[in-house]
Design a protein around this ligand. Structure first.
Ligand code: 9MR
Length: 261
């Protein structure tokens, strides 16, 4: 396809959009399916592309059997899931989004099944468990609306500081970067730099920049400016290790399905 022709020559890193998420990889307790994720890894190996593993622990695309577990079984199941998946992909993924989207907009932690079972301790436990399975992978917390300085990114910054001071092997912060045309935060560079100053990598992990249709020449020019700003911000931070666009082309974007028009 045209999409693959572009990916084959213009990209040197790939993130599976859905293929490594819990609902695909462990649809029932202890029964694993790595076929779809393996196909992406195979493409990456054939094209010398690095793989960002996405993701191990997330409240969404989580099978019902996990969300309905008795509280006292959640930790064991979470650790088994992380260990099995990170071991399967050991040496094949450059980085893991170990924890995806743990924060509410106000900086509090989401009251998901993991939080309810373990409190905030699930975060460090997940990172340590992934590190035991694949010590060479860079282990990330990945979230949206943390690109600029705000309540959510401040809470993440505090969490990252705490984790590092406790020896938790956190390696990076993923800034999803699902932007609205003309609204790239002006504090993005400074925000990335403060995480980098903690000794963490940062990465733009899911970039897109949505335009209300119909697009005009000025909205398209604004979008081009936004992409330029994001890439330049990343280039200005030496610990910013990459920019990943969420999908190769607009035809396969998640945006129209979630934001009509
Ligand atoms: O691109 C993914 C889309 O195909 C799925 O339907 C959707 C379901 O939640 O997840 C999309 O990817 C998300 C990513 O895993 C985490 N950050 C937000 C992304 C867009 O929803």
């Amino acid at each position: 396809s045209g999409e693959m022709a572009i990916a084959n020559v213009q990209f040197d890193m790939v993130t599976p959009g859905n293929e490594m998420k819990w609902d695909t990889t462990e649809p029932s307790n202890g029964s694993y399916n790595f076929g779809p994720g393996d196909q992406i890894v195979n493409w990456a190996q054939a094209h010398n592309a690095r793989v960002r593993g996405h993701n191990l622990v997330w409240h969404s695309q989580l099978p019902n059997w996990v969300s309905s577990l008795p509280t006292n079984q959640v930790q064991g199941v979470m650790e088994s899931h992380i260990t099995t998946e990170a071991t399967h992909y050991k040496g094949k993924v450059y980085a893991w989004d170990v924890i995806n989207e743990p924060f509410n907009e106000d900086g509090s932690l989401r009251q998901d099944v993991f939080y309810k079972a373990m409190g905030s301790g699930y975060l460090a436990d997940a990172i340590r468990t992934a590190h035991n399975a694949d010590p060479n992978a860079k282990l990330y917390i990945n979230d949206y609306n943390i690109e600029g300085e705000n309540a959510k990114s401040n809470a993440l910054y505090t969490l990252a500081q705490q984790m590092l001071s406790q020896g938790v092997p956190l390696g990076g912060i993923g800034l999803e970067s699902h932007f609205i045309d003309g609204q790239v935060p002006s504090s993005m560079l400074a925000n990335m730099q403060r995480f980098a100053n903690l000794g963490l990598d940062v990465a733009v992990t899911e970039l897109d920049d949505r335009i209300q249709l119909p697009a005009s020449s000025s909205s398209l020019q604004q979008q081009a400016n936004d992409y330029t700003t994001v890439v330049n911000d990343c280039l200005a931070v030496s610990r910013c290790v990459g920019v990943s666009q969420w999908g190769v082309d607009d035809g396969h974007s998640w945006i129209p399905g979630t934001f009509p028009g």
